[in-house]
Ligand binder design. Structure first.
Ligand code: BEZ
Ligand code: FE
Length: 293
């Protein structure tokens, strides 16, 4: 037996894990110990710095409840969420790229007919979103569900402002027909800050980082027999595309929003005045188990 020393610290701890009956848990914990000890050996924190770290992690846990998940926010702002997402959603057949889910998705948003609006408070600049859901061969996917959500033009999700916005504002689920097409009205999204009133906000501030996300609309696109994709459409030319607080931007997801001012096009779309529009096709990859079929 060896007593713990600065030099043998990793081996001393790993030796205690050799009886772990779960090989994956052992692999993960060995890696965690190796990397944690490497950080401590590189940084050589003072005792006060160590306690500061403990206070930060404690506060991160203490602010969490059923609506607030500060740990995920920490993972998001350190690029860990996007890294886990990238590893788990590698595309092999040209499928639409994924990005972070974020904390504001609500399961069971209302089902909405194509062509309707999800802007239940009527605020913001109208935007018409259309496109198709296709398979990797470019064929339309019938029965695909698009679960859509976004922040208001003031930069808040409905669940952040229960006394201000109507329930389920800017949320909806659409189902494609045989042509794979979708089309609906919403409002042009705006950039917004991730929640900054907790330890992660203080961390960003201390690091000289801003908390903003570029303007985006969230989508989960799914269909039986295909891998679902959790993604966003980002507004081309908007602020913060190159400094998203959670590293979610990908080139393929940045789309032009065109402003329509032509009276003919306004009338054809049945709009009351000028509006924005964008057109994007989502591509779903076949689920691994059904690929051979
Ligand atoms: C969002 O886009 O809703 C989001 C993503 C990560 C952290 C905070 C918000
Ligand atoms: Fe968002």
């Amino acid at each position: 037996m060896q007593y713990f020393t600065e030099a043998n610290s990793v081996e001393a701890v790993l030796e205690r894990m050799t009886d772990c009956p779960d090989p994956r848990l052992r692999q993960v914990m060995e890696s965690v110990v190796r990397h944690l000890h490497a950080v401590v050996k590189e940084v050589e924190p003072t005792m006060e710095e160590w306690f500061q770290a403990v206070r930060f992690l404690t506060a991160t846990g203490q602010i969490c409840d059923d609506k607030r998940q500060e740990w995920i926010l920490l993972s998001d702002t350190l690029g860990v969420s996007m890294l886990v997402d990238a590893i788990n959603n590698r595309k092999h057949q040209g499928g639409t790229e994924s990005t972070v889910l974020g904390p504001f998705h609500v399961a069971c948003a209302p089902r909405v007919e194509m062509g309707e609006s999800i802007a239940r408070d009527g605020k913001g600049e109208p935007a018409f979103i259309e496109g198709r859901v296709l398979d990797a061969d470019g064929k339309p996917v019938e029965g695909a569900e698009l679960d859509v959500w976004q922040a208001s033009d003031d930069g808040f999700y409905d669940i952040q402002q229960p006394d201000v916005q109507p329930e389920m504002n800017l949320r909806g689920r659409f189902t494609t027909g045989a042509d794979g097409r979708f089309w609906f009205w919403t409002v042009k999204p705006s950039p917004y800050p991730i929640p900054t009133d907790g330890p992660v906000g203080r961390m960003l501030d201390s690091l000289g980082r801003h908390p903003y996300r570029p303007a985006h609309i969230h989508f989960i696109v799914s269909a039986p027999g295909y891998d679902a994709v959790t993604t966003h459409l980002f507004v081309e030319g908007g602020d913060y595309l190159d400094s998203d607080a959670v590293f979610g931007v990908k080139d393929s997801l940045v789309v032009p929003f065109r402003q329509v001012t032509d009276e003919g096009e306004i009338g054809e779309a049945g709009a009351a005045g000028p509006f924005w529009r964008t057109d994007f096709d989502f591509t779903l990859e076949r689920a691994a188990a059904t690929q051979a079929a």
